[in-house]
Design a protein around this ligand. Structure first.
Ligand code: ADP
Length: 581
């Protein structure tokens, strides 16, 4: 005997008579078998969050138990796909039913018919633990999909498929453990709200190199780290996320978009698939998975989408990949939490958000990390979360809880955007708590004096802000020469280094080596001028025009062509040094 609906309030349905209802289990509601999740148990009543439009449900309609928690399907075919928050394949559904998702549409997340070319890696008689490698499939032009023993399973390989083409439901291996046999397919499932098991967390010690100078040099995020990006409208948030998706040295990108306006999401859904992976020239979608929700999808699907995304990210991490997850925007997710909590008549906390908002946000970011995998390898999930506080005021609860849970803050600033300073990351308000732990990496991969130079130039930018206040009071002319130099150097840093044109073929990406060379040029110029000033030279009689032009030109010069310009810069700086000697 199945359950019956005894109440409907928006997307929340109350049912009684379920046989063994468990928290977070999926149920199928009504004749259309709408997907819902049990979010609360109250005596013999189950409160169900329905992930689809509930109009038309009636009291007395049936509710069937699935006995399973909300889960994602995992296997080849994820890359390149566009899913909604509960992993329904949007591209397929669009094709089948037009623009809107019909109610109760059941399309499996992953294609059941497609054949993948499987190459076995294990052989009969091998003993495999969880995460042991069974074989691999070339999933896209860019990514090898490793088929691993799912968490919790292990055993001796009794059978393994020969190299050949198989669907994700074909048996590709049989494991035996203590008399129990398990058939392994390429398709597996995982409950989204539970982190996939790992052997342990590792200290993040490598940057996610983004090629964006202001980020990599001044506010780096580690592979396995977390960052928050507040994105007021028009501040360049979309451009930054695109730049990171294109250029960051992550193997896999998971893009979770929960847009407020349907058209905002549509824009991303149409622009993203057109982006090319700049290094290979292949479509970026060959290493990307998109989870998309628009405002015309029920809030509950929005709430689920971040978990669906992070579960998929962890799955590729478990293959040893570095995955970058971008959640845009987590404010929409938090609003979904608030709405659901309201429907459940929970006690509201700050600004109507549930009291557990902070815990939910930090649990989400805790799923980031550089980790030791069950098979001894390493992998990482980096989470970049955009927040979009209304009016750009980050004192509200979602921003505040996000800042507490993340270790990098890129403060996008609308006044910088208005003055066309892009990326509009405010260098005075932004921070990275990874800077120190990444110093060794930069010392080894850029130059030993990376940290010293970086800190000196950051200090120059901060001094600039202080001196500018003094200028307001006393005027530029009465500044000491040393302060005039600070202003001059800060201007070079801002215009030739912090600013970066995403639409210029070369400036769009700066390698770590190029960043170091540019930093060093600015630093050496500053040092030479400092010495001249110490000798009593006035700023106005130091001619640095050509050197500055050279530094600016580096922005638009390919790494391999920088030699000539660097020689000129160094020659100019050497002449200044001679004058000071
Ligand atoms: P948001 O998503 O925050 O509303 P966008 O990312 O669409 O804003 O950026 C708005 C505009 O700002 C872009 O169309 C572009 O003209 C400009 N812009 C943003 N970032 C850059 C950049 N790095 N280089 C050049 N122009 C930029």
């Amino acid at each position: 005997m199945e359950g019956r609906i005894i109440g409907v309030s928006g997307s929340v349905v109350t049912a009684s008579g379920l046989k063994s209802p468990k928290m977070n289990d999926i149920v199928l509601v009504g004749d259309d078998k709408l997907i819902g999740e049990i979010v609360k148990l109250d005596g013999d009543k189950a409160i169900i969050q329905v992930y689809e439009e509930t109009a038309g449900l009636r009291l007395g309609d049936g509710v069937a138990e699935s006995g399973e928690p909300l889960s994602v399907e995992l296997g080849p075919g994820l890359l390149g796909a566009i899913f909604d928050g509960i992993q329904r394949p949007l591209d397929l559904i669009f094709r089948r039913t037009g623009t809107f998702i019909g109610r109760g549409i059941k399309v499996p997340a992953l294609d059941r018919e497609k054949r993948w070319h499987f190459k076995p890696k294990a052989k009969v008689g091998d003993r495999l633990d969880s995460a042991g490698e069974i074989g691999e499939v070339k999933e896209t032009s860019l990514i090898k999909h490793r088929i691993l023993v799912p968490p919790g399973l292990k055993g001796e390989v009794k059978k393994i498929a020969e190299e050949g083409d198989y669907t994700i439901e074909d048996a590709i291996a049989v494991l035996e453990d203590g008399g129990r046999r398990e058939t392994i397919k390429m398709l597996s499932k995982w409950p989204v709200r539970i982190p996939r098991p790992i052997a342990g967390k590792l200290e993040p010690d490598m940057p996610l190199v983004t090629g964006q100078r202001v980020i990599d040099t001044f506010f780096p995020v580690a592979k396995g780290g977390t960052a928050a990006v507040p994105g007021g409208f028009g501040t360049g948030k979309t451009v930054i996320l695109h730049e990171i998706a294109k250029w960051a040295d992550a193997d896999i990108i998971v893009y979770c978009g929960t847009g407020e306006r349907g058209n905002e999401m549509t824009e991303i859904l149409t622009t993203f698939p057109e982006l090319k992976d700049p290094r290979s020239g292949k479509p970026l979608m060959d290493r990307t998975i998109m989870i998309a929700n628009t405002s015309n999808m029920p809030v509950a699907a929005r709430e689920a989408s971040v978990y669906t995304s992070v579960a998929i990210a962890e799955y590729y991490r478990d293959m040893g990949y570095d995955v970058a997850l971008m959640a845009d925007s987590t404010s929409r997710w938090a609003e979904a939490l608030r709405e659901i909590s309201g429907r459940l008549e929970e006690m509201p906390g700050e600004e109507g958000y549930p009291a557990y908002l902070g815990r939910k946000i930090s649990e989400f970011y805790e799923r980031a990390g550089k980790v030791k995998l069950l098979n001894g390898g390493t992998g990482s999930v980096t989470i970049l979360g955009a927040v979009s506080p209304s009016g750009g005021d980050i004192s509200e609860p979602v921003s505040q809880n996000t800042l507490r849970a993340t270790r990098v803050f890129w403060a996008l600033d609308s006044s910088l955007a208005d003055s066309r300073h892009f990326p509009a990351i405010n260098w005075l308000n932004s921070y990275s708590l990874y800077t120190e732990q990444l110093e060794d990496w930069y010392a080894g991969n850029a130059g030993k004096d990376w940290a010293a130079i970086r800190n000196k130039l950051m200090d120059t930018l901060q001094r600039e802000a202080e001196i500018n206040e003094i200028v307001q009071l006393v005027g530029y002319d009465s500044l000491p020469e040393s302060d005039k130099l600070v202003l001059d150097t800060a201007k070079i840093i801002r215009e030739s280094y912090l600013q970066q044109n995403a639409f210029d073929e070369i400036d769009t990406f700066s390698s770590t080596a190029k960043q170091y060379k540019m930093l060093k040029a600015i630093y050496n110029l500053n040092k030479a001028e400092e010495r001249l000033i110490e000798k009593g030279t006035k700023m106005e009689s130091i001619d640095t025009k050509e050197i500055k032009q050279g530094i600016m030109a580096l922005r638009y010069t390919k790494d391999e062509d920088m030699g000539g310009i660097l020689n000129k810069i160094n020659k100019g700086i050497a002449e200044l040094a001679d004058r000071a000697a």
